[in-house]
Design a protein around this ligand. Structure first.
Ligand code: CMP
Length: 169
C-alpha cells in the first residue's frame, strides 16, 4: 500500500523515463517478426541475404537491459556472445583501463572462443538493446557470417597489440 501511495503522490517514479533521466527508454519487448529489423541495423549483417537474416533470427535473441546492468563479470564463466543494437556499454578491463562499446560493437567472444572465464566486466552505460547468441549457436553464427569471423580476428589482434604495448610502456 505504501508503494501505491508513493506512486500516486509522485514521490516514487513508476515511469521508466522518470526513473532513469538521461537514458534512452526502450520500447516494449519486440515481436518475433521485428527481430530481422534489429538484425539489419547491425552493420556487420548489412550484406546478409534474406535467407541469412532468417537463419540469424532463429539463433539470436533480442534482449533489453537497463542502465547499470552487469552484462559480463570478470572471472565468471561465460556462455553468451553479445552484439549491441542500441545503447552503450562500459568495458572494465582493469581499474586503470576502461573502454566504451556502442551500436555495432560486440563483446563476450573471448570466453566462447577459448572456454576461459570472462576477461572483463561489461556494464550497460545506458538502457541497451542486445542481440544475444549462446555458445551452441555461436559457431553457427560464424559460419553464417564470415565477415564476423574476420571482424573477430581483427579485434583480437588489436587487443593483443594493445596489451603488448601497455606491458612494454
Ligand atoms: P569475454 O572475456 O568473453 O567477456 C568480457 C568481454 O570484454 C571480452 O570477452 C571481450 O569481448 C571484451 N573485452 C575484453 N578486453 C577488452 C578490451 N581491452 N577492449 C575492449 N573489449 C574487451
Amino acid at each position: 500500500m505504501e508503494i501505491v501511495t508513493r506512486m500516486m503522490d509522485g514521490s516514487l517514479p513508476y515511469d521508466v523515463k522518470e526513473a532513469r533521466p538521461g537514458s534512452p527508454v526502450l520500447g516494449p519487448p519486440i515481436r518475433r517478426d521485428e527481430k530481422i529489423e534489429h538484425l539489419q541495423k547491425v552493420p556487420m549483417f548489412r550484406g546478409c541475404s534474406q535467407r541469412q537474416l532468417r537463419a540469424l533470427a532463429r539463433i539470436t535473441e533480442v534482449v533489453e537491459e537497463p542502465a547499470g546492468k552487469v552484462l559480463t563479470r570478470a572471472g565468471e564463466p561465460g556462455t553468451e556472445f553479445f552484439l549491441i543494437v542500441d545503447g552503450t556499454a562500459r568495458v572494465e578491463v582493469s581499474p586503470q583501463k576502461h573502454g566504451r562499446l556502442g551500436p555495432g560493437d560486440f563483446f563476450g567472444e573471448m570466453s566462447l572462443l577459448d572456454g576461459g572465464p570472462r576477461s572483463a566486466t561489461v556494464v550497460a552505460e545506458t538502457a541497451i538493446r542486445l542481440l544475444v547468441i549462446d555458445r551452441r549457436n555461436f559457431w553457427a553464427l560464424l559460419t553464417e557470417v564470415p565477415r564476423l569471423t574476420q571482424a573477430l580476428l581483427v579485434t583480437l589482434s588489436r587487443r593483443v597489440r594493445q596489451a603488448e604495448q601497455s606491458l612494454n610502456s
